[in-house]
Ligand binder design. Structure first.
Ligand code: CP3
Length: 354
């Protein structure tokens, strides 16, 4: 019922980009590069435009979203932009009481613990997020042939914030619900899947060329629990946007044991953190999918020679892949030297030029 009809449209301005070709596992002129958290505190121009504006407020101003999203594209020459927002924005948009605290992350006023709490999660409509439609429209015009990646948080990672009430290392409350009240847990994840799917659809309809589902904290789960209690909701999200034909990327941290299942959930591209070499990741994921990753973000604090040697290792491990999008194994750390990122983009491009 959630399926979107397949649309046959003329190729878009971004269709022949290296990024989209790699996602489709077609030959590329060079390995495309982008960085998770490429927009953010590592850039002085970001800190400047964000001055005095709270994080969530900045996610609701189309001109500011556009400027911040474009900053790393201008500075680093990355092959794709990622829409500037946060995973909790759709929850805020439907009225969940939460904020993003500097240095902490998302904090929820009243954690979700009972069936009554489900009533606080209504459906999301495009009218709830007019600034997303507007900003994506502005961005796709500015970006031209450079693809824009839309994104959302996956049901498990969103649930972990809602149930814990904030960031957690152990996810004890979320797991207590998952094991203790599997029906409530399934209903919670199912609602989050609908909200997430609706949020991705808004971005795609407005012009995003690809989407990434961030299940950042799924690595906390054993494969059997992931398969039973999380995969169905993430699969529902991927299925809901399948008909658009835009590549769907699926990423989590510490998910070495889950890579096969994360592909199975419906991804076209599986994101890999730095703990599993890409050739081994390809064996775990199986044929028919591209991979994204996976330089350890802390490598960027080492001297240039070391960065190049570690990057060479990633490229060598990726040599036999069907499709490779170069990225870090997780987000850019705020204290990273932006020049190291610019040099890294150039290094990957020249090393892989065909
Ligand atoms: O460049 C990009 O990647 C796009 C921007 C982006 C942000 N958040 C901006 C942001 C993206 C893709 C996210 C997703 C996100 N948010 C995830 C999934 C990705 C991941 O890192 O695994 C998660 C888990 C969150 C939740 C969240 N929001 C955290 C943990 C934090 C950090 C808190 C802190 O201050 O250290 C945030 C805040 C946040 N989201 C910032 C940015 C740029 C920092 C706030 C600021 O600049 O004031």
């Amino acid at each position: 019922a959630n399926d979107t009809p397949v649309r046959h449209q003329p190729p878009t301005a971004t269709y022949d980009s290296a990024f989209l070709k790699a996602c489709r596992r077609e030959p590329v002129p060079h390995t495309p590069v982008w960085f998770m958290r490429q927009a953010g505190r590592s850039l002085p121009e970001y800190r400047k435009v964000r001055e005095g504006i709270p994080m969530l407020e900045s996610c609701m101003r189309p001109e500011l979203i556009t400027e911040i999203t474009l900053q790393p594209v201008r500075r680093h020459g990355v092959d794709a932009a990622i829409y500037f927002s946060d995973i909790v924005v759709p929850l805020k948009a439907i009225g969940v009481g939460l904020d993003i605290e500097p240095g902490v992350g998302p904090v929820v006023d009243r954690p979700f613990r009972t069936r009554e709490d489900l009533a606080r999660l209504r459906e999301l409509t495009p009218e709830d997020v007019p600034y997303v439609t507007e900003a994506v429209g502005l961005l796709t015009r500015e970006l031209g042939a450079t693809p824009l990646i839309g994104f959302a948080g996956a049901p498990f990672t969103l649930a972990s914030y809602l149930v814990e009430g904030g960031p957690s290392r152990t996810y004890e409350n979320a797991k207590a619900m998952m094991y203790g009240d599997p029906e409530l847990w399934a209903d919670l994840l199912d609602r989050l899947a609908d909200i997430t799917a609706a949020f991705l659809k808004v971005q795609i309809e407005a012009g995003a060329s690809a989407v990434q589902l961030f299940d950042s904290w799924a690595g906390a789960l054993a494969p059997a629990d992931y398969r039973r209690s999380v995969l169905p909701a993430s699969a529902k999200v991927f299925q809901a946007v399948a008909g658009y034909g835009v590549p769907r990327i699926h990423f989590g941290v510490g998910t070495g044991e889950l890579l096969g299942l994360m592909g199975e959930a419906g991804a076209d591209v599986v994101g890999v953190d730095w703990r599993v070499p890409l050739d081994e990741a390809a064996r775990r994921v199986g044929p028919g999918k591209a991979l994204q990753g996976n330089l350890d973000p802390t490598v960027l604090f080492a001297p240039r020679r070391a960065v190049e040697a570690k990057t060479r290792e990633v490229l060598d491990a990726a040599a036999g892949l069907e499709g490779h999008v170069f990225n870090l194994g997780h987000g850019v750390m705020p204290s990273t030297d932006p020049d190291a990122l610019t040099r890294l983009v150039e290094y990957v491009h020249t090393q892989t030029a065909r």
